[in-house]
Write a protein that binds this ligand. Structure first.
Ligand SMILES: Nc1ccn([C@@H]2O[C@H](COP(=O)(O)OP(=O)(O)OP(=O)(O)O)[C@@H](O)[C@H]2O)c(=O)n1
Ligand SMILES: C[C@](O)(CO)[C@H](O)COP(=O)(O)O
Length: 232
């Protein structure tokens, strides 16, 4: 069961505060973007990669792809103002795709086993997203006052990849664009049309590199994985 992957990589990294696209920052001396790309480059079921990029970063990214031997990238469309627009820009140029995965390029630690389950579920059910059970108590706060504690047993922290039948996601993105709906993940656009979306349990290591602390966590995750590999 093959698939193609959309990697939105056109963000500004404001919360990281690095003064540049955080995807270019190194983890174990390799750009975050390359760590993520290598996951899909190595997966034989991945038949194509689309990267949404900032026009001014396209040449730099193309040089990185050449330097690290990334061969599956089929398109580098211009990203948009919001993450959703960047994803949509990729979907608009994709052809003959049955299953599409959308994955934050800022999540380099996704496990192959999770990708496999997402693809299988998307083929069977149409839509499946990665997540982990919430570990913290979550409360709604208004003007500094707790207004509601959300029942934790049913809460999941949602990640990417998010996998869909291609036509379903493209339709949901087209409708959202038409009505001006902006979501923080692809699933929201599909949920609002009434489709069922399945959850695939991922790992707590699948963090999104967002703030400086995540660079420390990321180095620790890599060291831990290298240690496990050396003990095999
Ligand atoms: N207009 C945007 C915004 C985000 N992204 C991408 O979407 C992923 C998740 O977004 P996020 O972690 O929020 O990245 P940034 O937008 O760069 O971070 P910030 O919100 O702190 O500026 C990242 O790989 C980012 O490059 C994108 O392609 N286009
Ligand atoms: C899509 C996502 O990674 C799911 O948790 C998250 O919503 C992206 O948020 P961001 O602010 O665009 O990074």
């Amino acid at each position: 069961m093959g698939y193609e992957v959309v990697l939105p990589a056109a963000g500004s990294g404001k919360r990281m505060g690095a003064g540049k696209n955080k995807l270019f920052l190194p983890l174990a001396n390799k750009p975050i973007l390359i760590h993520t790309l290598e996951v899909f480059e190595k997966d034989p079921k991945c038949t194509g990669i689309y990267l949404a990029v900032k026009p001014e970063e396209r040449e730099y990214i193309q040089n990185l792809l050449n330097e690290y031997g990334i061969t599956k990238v089929k398109g580098l469309p211009n990203g948009g103002e919001e993450r959703q627009h960047s994803v949509h820009a990729c979907l608009k140029v994709m052809k003959d795709v049955e299953i599409v995965l959308v994955h934050d390029a800022a999540r380099p630690f996704i496990l192959q086993s999770v990708i496999d389950r997402l693809v299988e579920t998307a083929y069977e059910k149409g839509a499946a997203i990665a997540g982990v059970r919430a570990k913290d108590t979550m409360k709604k706060v208004r003007d500094g006052i707790i207004v509601e504690t959300v029942e934790r047993d049913d809460l999941w922290a949602i990640q990417t990849p998010q996998a869909f039948r291609f036509e379903l996601l493209l339709h949901a993105e087209d409708v959202a664009e038409k009505v001006g709906f902006l979501g923080t993940d692809e699933a929201m656009l599909v949920e609002r049309l009434g489709y069922e979306i399945h959850i695939v349990e991922s790992s707590y290591e699948n963090i999104k590199i967002t703030t400086k602390e995540d660079l420390v966590f990321g180095e620790a995750i890599l060291r831990n994985r290298q240690l496990k590999t050396s003990q095999i």
